[in-house]
Design a protein around this ligand. Structure first.
Ligand SMILES: *Cc1c(COP(=O)(O)O)cnc(C)c1O
Length: 386
């Protein structure tokens, strides 16, 4: 059976070769340590799990959920925005529940992008933005995220004729994979740029609550008038260790939320209401101590990795957010080559930067979502190798 041509737009699975080498190492009896996946090793907080159990028992939660998300969940998102960012979000028409933020990011493209429209995508970046743009028939314009610019895109480097043809710009801070952060003045610039060229700014805020050294990440909605041109995607996955639960949300201008809702209503039927209720518990009733201790755990791991890399001659400033370390490979190596060498010699799996875009070449990514003892062992092996 011939597949749809759009499938050809999906690049081959970039980790296929790494996976093969990893399998072979396991076969040889090597104790493989994966620092590849961004998926928290810690459990979901108990109060959230308890709420799910309670809600799962109620037959009133067993039917199709509301398409846009349970009103109580949307109210909780609104309350969270007010508490955390001082921003007012109308739970009625400025918020929508998502089956994980990835789902919303993908569907947003289908709501706006037509054949030939441009989408401005960070390079390196989370692959969903570019892949769905291609699937929808749009054109990807890469915005390089460079170390010398603090991993922020340079809007003045985008050609005027591309800006005029662009429908959406994706941003993501704290950033995956570079761990770069943005301050409010950057978001002000982004909103002004979006308004000037009529480009919807989609901010992926998956790591907003994972920050270090006292840094507090802003929401793009803190910018005056942001809702006219921006929408923000939030996720419960990373801050509450809930990746498997598939719950997130989008907030922002109501015409954008409405457009996303039209795609969703005709595709999925929303997330299980009991999970949404447990999500309320996570958003509103998670003690500050949980957040502080999770962030100090990642900060401790960050410092361990930064220190170990320094000992082998790779020096980078400690990032202020996300749970990734983005570092340049030693001189003379390419990303894939370095990652293969490390895997073969030490059994440690790193992610090649090139998997996230052209600008990722020459870099590798380490995820800090790995148990302390395993991370320590991995760093010891790296230091022994170099
Ligand atoms: C993990 C991640 C997401 C997806 O989160 P879900 O809510 O689990 O779908 C979105 N964006 C980035 C950059 C991520 O790293």
């Amino acid at each position: 059976m011939e597949r749809a041509k759009r499938i050809n737009a999906v690049p081959p699975y970039l980790f296929a070769e790494i996976d093969k080498k990893k399998e072979a190492a396991i076969e040889r009896g090597v104790d493989v340590i994966s620092l590849g996946i961004g998926d928290p090793d810690q459990p979901t907080p108990d109060h959230v799990v308890e709420r799910l159990i309670e809600e799962a028992r109620k037959s009133s939660n067993h039917q199709y959920p509301s398409y846009v998300g349970h009103r109580e969940f949307r109210k909780a998102v609104s309350q969270y925005y007010f508490n955390r960012h001082g921003v007012e979000v109308d739970p009625g028409d400025e918020a929508i529940a998502l089956i994980g933020s990835k789902e919303g990011l993908a569907h947003m493209i289908w709501a706006y992008v037509e054949e030939g429209d441009y989408v401005l995508v960070p390079d390196p970046g989370y692959p969903v933005y570019g892949i769905h743009t291609s699937l929808a028939g749009g054109k990807v314009f890469d915005m390089p995220l460079l170390a010398e610019n603090g991993y922020l895109p340079d809007f003045s480097a985008i050609p005027e004729e591309i800006a005029k043809k662009a429908k959406i710009m994706f941003l993501n801070y704290p950033n995956n994979p570079t761990a770069g952060v943005a301050d409010l003045s950057f978001f002000e610039e982004a909103v002004a740029y979006g308004k000037k060229y009529d480009i919807l700014i989609c901010h992926d805020a998956a790591y907003t609550d994972i920050t270090f050294d006292g840094y507090v990440a802003p929401s793009i909605l803190e910018v005056n008038g942001a809702k006219d041109i921006a929408i923000e995607f939030g996720s419960l996955s990373k801050p509450y260790n809930m990746t498997g639960w598939r719950i997130g949300y989008a907030v922002g201008g109501k015409e954008y939320i409405d457009a996303l809702g039209i795609i969703k209503t005709n595709t999925d039927s929303g997330q299980f209401t009991a999970i949404q209720k447990a999500g309320i518990e996570a958003l509103l009733n998670t003690p500050k101590e949980f957040r502080d201790s999770l962030n100090s755990m990642y900060q401790r791991r960050r410092d361990l990795v930064i220190g170990s890399l320094k000992e082998i001659g790779i020096e980078i400033p400690p990032p202020k957010g996300s749970f990734y370390i983005w570092a340049h490979v030693p001189k003379g190596y390419g990303s894939a080559e370095f990652v293969s060498l490390v895997l073969e010699k030490t059994g440690v799996v790193l992610t090649p930067g090139s998997a996230y875009g052209k600008q990722g070449e020459g870099y590798f990514r380490i995820s800090l979502s790995v148990a302390d003892d395993r991370l320590e062992e991995a760093m010891k092996r790296l230091k022994d190798l170099f």
